[in-house]
Design a protein. Structure first.
Length: 256
């Protein structure tokens, strides 16, 4: 590498609630010479960040603009209702939207669930952010529907949450600009898909071993007996009948 070449880096955007720690750890193990930079972005701005080239890829919430962005769905999050700890919702482990139809519902402007207006009685105004809505729930103004990871992210001791069995859910995906599918993007795709380090889809697979040449099928040549060795077809003494040593009393060689 020359002094003018920049050290390669990989910029990974991620939206609130998504935890990329596991994949970052695997990246650092496999590509220790390529720093991975995390870029936190609001969910509503993630697509624009990728389109502008401010990140190489992102862990985002669907939907995204599929005309310019590629996306691989990773998992689907359950939706929960956030309420004060003394709320009636805490009487069950799961609830339905019908059971909460009479509740005042907060609908933040950065809501990530795919509905125009959540069922229930709308609050007087829409909070700017989910974090603001959480504060309103703590004040007793109403309840809030969010993906479970956001309820955990904004956890408070005076609040709790329960799964809503029939609410829209949030899909998390890996996304990147379709015309910028680089080698490093392919490396990260392999990581989130669980490919091994030696996968043939990876950028740096184990070098293939050279192919061995096919063995010849010709019959091997017959070996000739070594010079001076007996062939086993004669019973004569190699030294001759008259050239025995003095200590030899028998005139005939022993039987083979």
């Amino acid at each position: 590498m020359t002094g003018s070449e920049a050290t390669p880096t990989f910029r990974l955007a991620y939206v609130p609630g998504v935890t990329p720690a596991k994949w970052v750890r695997i990246w650092n193990e496999r590509l220790p010479d390529v720093p991975l930079t995390l870029v936190p972005v609001p969910a509503a701005e993630a697509s624009d960040v990728l389109r502008r080239g401010q990140a190489d890829a992102g862990l985002v919430r669907l939907p995204v603009d599929r005309t310019v962005l590629s996306a691989i769905p990773l998992y689907t999050e359950a939706t929960v209702v956030v309420a004060p700890k003394d709320h009636v919702v805490t009487a069950a482990e799961e609830v339905s939207l019908d059971e909460l139809a009479d509740e005042v519902v907060l609908h933040p402007l950065d809501d990530v669930l795919d509905w125009e207006r959540p069922p229930g009685e709308p609050a007087f105004e829409r909070p700017a952010t989910t974090e603001d809505a959480i504060e309103h729930v703590a004040s007793g103004i109403g309840i809030l529907y969010v993906p479970q990871s956001l309820a955990r992210l904004h956890h408070r001791k005076d609040l709790t949450y329960r799964t809503v069995v029939d609410a829209p859910q949030s899909d998390v995906a890996l996304s990147w600009p379709e015309d910028a599918t680089t080698d490093l993007v392919e490396d990260f795709i392999g990581i989130v898909r669980g490919r091994t380090v030696n996968s043939t889809r990876g950028r740096t697979p184990t070098p293939a071993q050279p192919k061995t040449k096919a063995k010849r099928t010709e019959a091997p040549a017959r070996r000739k007996p070594a010079a001076g060795k007996a062939t086993g077809k004669t019973g004569k003494n190699p030294r001759g009948s008259s050239g025995g040593s003095k200590g030899t009393k028998r005139g005939k060689p022993r039987g083979r």
